[in-house]
Design a binder for this molecule. Sequence first.
Ligand code: NDP
Length: 511
Amino acid sequence: PKEKLKDELLSVTSTKEWDEKAGFDSNENESTVSITVVGASGDLAKKKIFPALFALYYEDCLPKHFTIYGYARSKMTDAELRNMVSKTLTCRIDKRENCSEKMDQFLKRCFYHSGQYDSEENFAQLDKKLKKHEGGRVSNRLFYLSIPPNIFIEAVKCASSSASSGNGWTRVIVEKPFGRDSESSAVLTKSLKQYLTEDQIFRIDHYLGKELVENLSVLRFANLIFEPLWSRRYIRNVQIIFSEDFGTEGRGGYFDNYGIIRDIMQNHLLQILALFAMETPVSLDAEDIRNEKPKLLSVCQVKVLRSMRPLRLEDVVIGQYKSHSKGGVTYPSYTDDKTVPKDSLTPTFAAAALFIDNARWDGVPFLMKAGKALHNKGAEIRVQFRHVPGNLYNRNFGTDLDRATNELVIRINNKVPGLGMRLDRSNLNLHYAARYSKEIPDAYERLLLDAIEGERRLFIRSDELDAAWALFTPVLEELEEKKIIPESYPYGSRGPVGAHYLAARYNVRWG
Ligand code: NDP
């Protein structure tokens, strides 16, 4: 079918024409959405953005009138873009018979414009093309900046001045990293706000899929058995753990500039912590404020971040993986990666003990751990409960650490966003993937759809970003100024021993 399509694809030049071919009435006064993928020739666009857009189209989630434009400096024709995109589209959602037909229809709505990221003139040319497709309807425009961060601002400036919508909304999705400390993040926010308002900016965090966020909220707020336990009265400590079982493997250039604290902890793990620990929004149940829910939840998350005790250097352990041979295979050191400087002090592992100084969590350690080249991969939240007072079965155990404890383990699956839950040593076992057979959407699909619908819940607000940087920036600066040498750990191990001492100081044993 792809061969057959080639000629047809080349012949379609506008959404209007497509609408006519597909039997839509082009004069209908409905709004239209134009989605421009800026950096369309890149890896992320190919691997994630176009496939996610196709999945949304396939599920009939995109508006009736939409056009997708790829924008980058590379020279490409519409047909070449379609050919490139077609290689990564899959019918993974379900294998309905008309999948390839849907793919063809989708590709016909994809176009390409070659231009510089800092050229108002090139964006003005794009604007002209978009207008042609929009055919005089109310036009909404979404720009997805899938480009390196150092060219964000130029692209935003040109897109907003020369290609923003005249009569509908204009929104911009920005990928992380959002700066590398409080100062650079504030500069980025300030520069973005020269050209856009906060409600036009959608800072994407691909890690936080809707399923995770919603399941964590539902687990807490909709289960009578959990919410009453969610405080220092019953919870002894909380561990938020992220591990990868591979290193940077030749792609450490980007990572070396940031390190594991900026790459994983300051954003992903901290957001999970905020979701986990936030106060119950007062009016969460009220029907009439349904639209306010997202805002209420975000406000609660920011609040919890602001009540966190400043992080001290002595509550942080950093590590870097070293070469290790096992079973005749030698695994490399971080600094063996040719894209990493030989004397790099960038941490590939970090553990931190954090505290929330409010009535609910006073004195409860929140331990975070994130690392590359560890013995396993996964992400989980472990909640260790207090001992049952006078528990008959604990009497004969020695130290506090050795006592049996109830533990709730919430596993976060990266590939298929969802949530498995296991209450250790009991029979409560809800495994999301096993329970629900339908394919769970990729996080990008959810996020793109939310951006089109103006739903901001899963995007990072600037006040949340400021609070997250405020917590980590002083420690990051201290680590860099004092040139603290990361503790070595063997590739494929459980990480440096320092992490165990840190946990033990707070009477915690890592799960
Ligand atoms: P790429 O490095 O592939 O860049 C995307 C496009 O931007 C390139 O195809 C190129 O297009 C253009 N470009 C690259 N470098 C420069 C430069 N120095 N100056 C001007 N243009 C340049 O990036 P990715 O697609 O991997 O990622 C895009 C964004 O998403 C980045 O901000 C990245 O940090 C972020 N990200 C990526 C993830 C991934 O899995 N890849 C995951 C999470 C975030 P052309 O030459 O045609 O103009």
